[in-house]
Ligand binder design. Structure first.
Ligand SMILES: C[S@@+](CC[C@H](N)C(=O)[O-])C[C@H]1O[C@@H](n2cnc3c(N)ncnc32)[C@H](O)[C@@H]1O
Length: 302
């Protein structure tokens, strides 16, 4: 556990007051600790265990965390395959909701929420890119979840953002996230819809200069990447103009970058690959192909 403690100290020192991954065992660089991830949602540390039982005692890690002046509480989340995620407070005080900061923007998170807490920390480079490149753009944010991309786009001067997600609860947090950053007005639209059944409504609000696509890998009944991702890419032509950009994301460690690139080449051949965004700091990967894929494209046909 000394490797975990060292990583925590190093990452906490670099975090300032911002959200950060403190330990990323799933990246495969810490042999025997692939089951362990620790996130920092100041002032709470969330220990995520990807196993049905905790494989090694976590007491030294919890003690180390609680000895840091900035840590107010520690949560344990068990997320073994085939079981519902379960969270419990291991130490200190843990509020139900927190407002955290990243790159000067504020987001609401729930450290005790089963599964995802409200902000995907590995998408930080994506949000940074959107903020730097959304000026004046009409943005379509597909699979918007809590609208973090929308907040980043509006902070970067986007003209408008259409946020679409089938979860109205996630979009409510999205509204709150805009309020937390003083962003309001008609320029932001929220559509609580199943994307695969709503193309005409999405098209009616277009065309778009920038489309963000960040679906789940495998959400049975809603979206299964192997089957459904190409259905989204097939629609890009009718939603964009020449020069429009697309940020297509995929987070299945079992698929390489080629999974997305081949689909883009066959379903949206008018788009040219520009770059893959870097992996977030704090997310080192033994095999970068297993990390988050965030691929930027530009429409180059007439
Ligand atoms: C990986 S999260 C998106 C994260 C988000 N882009 C962000 O940066 O925080 C996936 C989202 O897709 C939504 N979703 C899944 N299937 C959908 C569908 N068929 N139509 C619309 N939304 C869907 C889920 O509700 C979930 O919020």
């Amino acid at each position: 556990m000394q490797r975990v403690i060292d990583s925590i100290s190093e990452q906490l020192a670099q975090s300032g007051d911002q959200v950060r991954r403190l330990f990323h065992g799933r990246g495969g660089l810490f042999e025997g600790l692939e089951w362990l991830v620790i996130d920092w949602l100041p002032p709470v540390a969330v220990i995520r265990v990807y196993a049905s039982e905790v494989p090694q005692p976590l007491d030294p890690v919890v003690e180390h965390l609680m000895a840091q002046s900035q840590v107010g509480g520690v949560v344990l989340q068990l997320r073994g395959r085939g079981r519902e995620a379960q969270s419990e407070v291991l130490a200190g005080d843990v509020p139900e909701k927190l407002v955290v900061e990243e790159l000067g923007l504020r987001y609401q998170v729930r450290p005790l929420q089963n599964q995802n807490s409200g902000l995907f920390l590995d998408m930080r480079p994506g949000r940074a890119w959107v903020r730097d490149n959304a000026s004046g753009a009409r943005v379509l944010n597909l699979f918007a979840y809590t609208c973090a991309f929308s907040v980043a786009a509006m902070a970067g001067g986007a003209q408008s953002v259409v946020n679409l997600d089938m979860s109205s609860g996630a979009l409510s947090v999205g509204r709150r996230n805009h309020q937390l950053n003083g962003i309001a007005g008609d320029a932001i639209t929220y559509m609580a819809l199943d994307l695969l059944r709503s193309w005409s409504r999405v098209r009616r609000q277009g065309p778009y200069d920038l489309i963000l696509i960040d679906p789940p890998s495998f959400q049975p009944g809603s979206f299964v990447a192997e089957r459904d991702y190409r259905k989204v890419l097939r629609r890009l032509d009718e939603l964009t103009l020449s020069g429009s950009r697309v940020l297509a994301c995929h987070n299945d460690p079992g698929h390489s970058e080629m999974f997305l690139r081949e689909m883009m080449a066959s379903e949206a051949p008018g788009f040219e690959f520009q770059q893959r965004l870097p992996l977030a700091e704090g997310f080192p990967e033994r095999n970068p192909e297993q990390g988050l894929k965030a691929l930027l494209y530009k429409r180059v046909d007439a």
